[in-house]
Design a protein around this ligand. Structure first.
Ligand code: ADP
Ligand code: MG
Length: 209
């Protein structure tokens, strides 16, 4: 993945967030305040604009611009959290080309950032319940010598499983935690938005988009 690939992928992610705006908001209606799709749609529309206006020399620059734009345009918890994820990732992706092991290192740094900022961990019904299984899957694939394309196809399945898993647990972080047991049976909205991003990456790397 070079800088142009990174821009192209970020544009696909923005498209998918927009296309799933209602769905993400519907998930947040069940266990939150009905704004996750609206929040991210606003943020990624601003990211699209930024990507068209600015010029970038490395993949990390694209992620940094994405992070700063999300932080400044998204009011909800997901803005600073995704902002932190992309910002920490950007710091690890300074080379011209991203390899699968590079991406794993960057995602690991991003997840650490989210955990520190959100004071959250795996199993609390947050975006981490997709991001962490995705990282584990990608690391395993990298170790097994799989191509980035195959690795992301597997990771997309792990992401989907992560979403389903959140139906079985009670939220202990974020707004959904106010519901306690009533958060059971619902997919965490942030998990679904993370899942959409991983799926877009898999489709892009697989040449399907
Ligand atoms: P808000 O909760 O402020 O309305 P959003 O609806 O945009 O913001 O985002 C909610 C999502 O943010 C949740 O579904 C969850 O995945 C994620 N989230 C909330 N709090 C945390 C946290 N402390 N750590 C990690 N992710 C969190
Ligand atoms: Mg919300």
């Amino acid at each position: 993945m070079n800088v142009n690939d990174t821009i192209a992928l970020m544009k696909l992610i923005a498209q998918d967030i927009e296309a799933n705006k209602e769905y993400l908001t519907q998930l947040d209606t069940a266990i939150g305040d009905a704004d996750h799709g609206i929040n991210l749609s606003r943020g990624f529309a601003a990211v699209l604009k930024k990507l068209d206006e600015a010029s970038f020399s490395a993949p990390g620059d694209v992620l940094k611009a994405t992070a700063m734009t999300l932080i400044s345009t998204v009011g909800g918890a997901s803005g600073p959290l995704y902002g932190t994820l992309f910002l920490k990732m950007s710091g690890e992706l300074k080379a011209d080309e991203i390899t699968l092991p590079d991406f794993c290192g960057a995602l690991e740094a991003g997840i650490q950032g989210v955990m520190a900022r959100g004071r959250s961990a795996k199993g609390e019904k947050t975006m981490l319940d997709v991001l962490i299984p995705v990282l584990d899957s990608l690391k395993e694939s990298a170790q097994a010598g799989l191509s980035a394309k195959d690795a992301f196809d597997k990771a997309a399945l792990a992401a989907q499983e992560g979403c389903e898993y959140t139906k079985t647990i009670i939220a202990t972080k974020g707004r959904a935690s106010y519901l306690g047991e009533r958060s059971l049976g619902h997919i965490d909205p942030g998990c679904m938005s993370s899942c959409l991003m991983i799926k877009a990456a898999a489709e892009f790397l697989g040449g399907r988009r």
